[in-house]
Design a protein around this ligand. Sequence first.
Ligand code: PEP
Ligand code: MN
Length: 252
Amino acid sequence: MADLNLIFNRRPILITGPCTYESKNQFTAVASQLPNLNINFIRGGAYKPRTSPESFQGYGLDGLKAMYKIAKRFKLYLVSEIMDSESLKLAHPYVDVIQVGSRNMSSFGLLKKIGKLTSKSQKPILLKRGFSSTLKELISASKYIEKEGNNNIIFCLRGIRTFEQIDSSFRNTPDLASIIELKEMTKYPVIFDPSHSAGNSRYVIPISRAALTIGSDGLIIECHPKPSKAKSDNNQQLTIAQLKDLLNSINY
Ligand code: PEP
Ligand code: MN
């Protein structure tokens, strides 16, 4: 497999895959396409921070192990969220890039534990902006990881809550202009998540193009073999055909 740090030096950094791991077939359907598309990173959730406890919560460690196995079969690096300190020890060997989700950006205990556990390996940490956090708070959160010894961090902007959510059909307000500011504030890469920013697959291509034009170092995009059947975020995931359209539209 190509060296992880070398891949992270390429632009744009592209990460794609389903919101949540649902089955071997579902995950393999996406994974098998990525080597041909020159994409090295697959995303997928096993521990899901769902707004309602009644919603599908993901398959936890079993799901993570299954994803990791499929990712390695296709020589892909796996990006996945770890939500709490209890899961961290058992889960982290099966994740190549640890995602800290928007809701956990300010879970400082978790950030410290992640930083400490990965200080030797320097495993990359994808730190997503809290949807109600300022950029300064995002930078401060990253220092909790740094201070414990890991300075291999990638920031991810993923949309924020504004009064537009009262009457716009966007799930969040895409914080596109923040790309400029955050890049001036940090030496770390800044990538953009058009899927959670928009909440609707039909906005994903234009927002992705805008993010790269503004200077984003990459994109993390949700993609599912059958979005309408997805167990989470079914509105915003691209089909594989739409993902190919996106790649064409950014000349990837
Ligand atoms: C996700 O990437 O699936 C996710 C839940 O993102 P966020 O933490 O940005 O809501
Ligand atoms: Mn999602």
